[in-house]
Design a protein around this ligand. Structure first.
Ligand SMILES: C[S@@+](CC[C@H](N)C(=O)[O-])C[C@H]1O[C@@H](n2cnc3c(N)ncnc32)[C@H](O)[C@@H]1O
Length: 221
């Protein structure tokens, strides 16, 4: 995983941020605090967060799901551009990681937009579908949790987003390991198989972006 764009030289990465990053002060402080976390590379790249903000604005998104919150950087980016009545359903299993997120969401004044649910994401997604009957009611879903469950998250999110809604999957390059001829790690194989399945999935229009660690966009038909 990586929180900078794969394949860019350090100079070009720095240039990209210098001439294009428009990050709020609270997002910058959260990103910097997370950089000293032992799992810092789980945080998405700032240019990726800004790209999602632009997408959500283009879509007039109001309802989003996030699968994998960590210290809250991507959810904060989304919350910043949602309208006042916009809502994020944010799923994670870690009280510890998301305690940092809650602190920054409060500080940014967006905590009311974020419904954080601490449970295995598979259970939370099933609850949204089967108990809360929220199929086809979300505009956007961002999948960024444990890679072995990506196929399940993808299928659930495909039911949860409306036709015309968008799913973004993070880390679809797995640091380039998906392209190696002999994939040894099971979770890399899972993402590689899902990449191939999405390629031929006629329920969605797709684009696989060489942004950060690979971001696949799938628009529900
Ligand atoms: C890559 S991080 C998310 C990064 C976040 N999107 C950001 O921008 O900072 C992955 C997160 O998934 C969570 N996670 C791992 N397995 C999970 C599961 N089975 N259900 C829900 N969350 C899970 C971890 O606790 C971790 O916070």
């Amino acid at each position: 995983m990586s929180n900078k764009s794969i394949g860019l030289s350090d100079d070009l990465q720095e240039y990209l941020l210098d001439v294009s990053l428009r990050e709020s002060d609270v997002m910058r402080r959260l990103r910097v605090e997370t950089m000293s976390h032992p799992q810092a590379d789980m945080q998405i790249a700032p240019e990726q967060a800004q790209f999602f903000q632009l997408l959500l604005q283009l879509m007039d998104a109001r309802r989003t799901i996030e699968v994998g919150v960590f210290t809250g950087y991507s959810a904060l980016a989304v919350a910043e551009v949602l309208p006042e009545d916009g809502r994020i359903t944010a799923l994670d299993i870690s009280e510890e990681y998301t305690a940092v997120a809650r602190r920054y969401w409060e500080e940014a004044g967006v905590a009311d937009k974020i419904d954080l649910r601490i449970a295995p994401a598979q259970e939370s997604l099933a609850h949204l579908l089967e108990t809360e009957n929220l199929a086809a009611s979300y505009d956007f879903a961002f999948i960024d949790a444990d890679k072995s469950n990506y196929p399940i998250y993808y299928e659930h999110c495909l039911r949860l987003v409306r036709p015309g809604g968008l799913i973004a999957l993070d880390n679809t390059f797995r640091d380039g390991r998906v392209a190696q001829p002999d994939i040894e790690e099971e979770s890399v194989q899972v993402v590689h198989d899902l990449n191939k399945a999405i390629h031929s999935d006629d329920r969605v229009d797709i684009s696989m972006l060489p942004l950060a660690d690979g971001v696949t966009l799938a628009r529900k038909r």
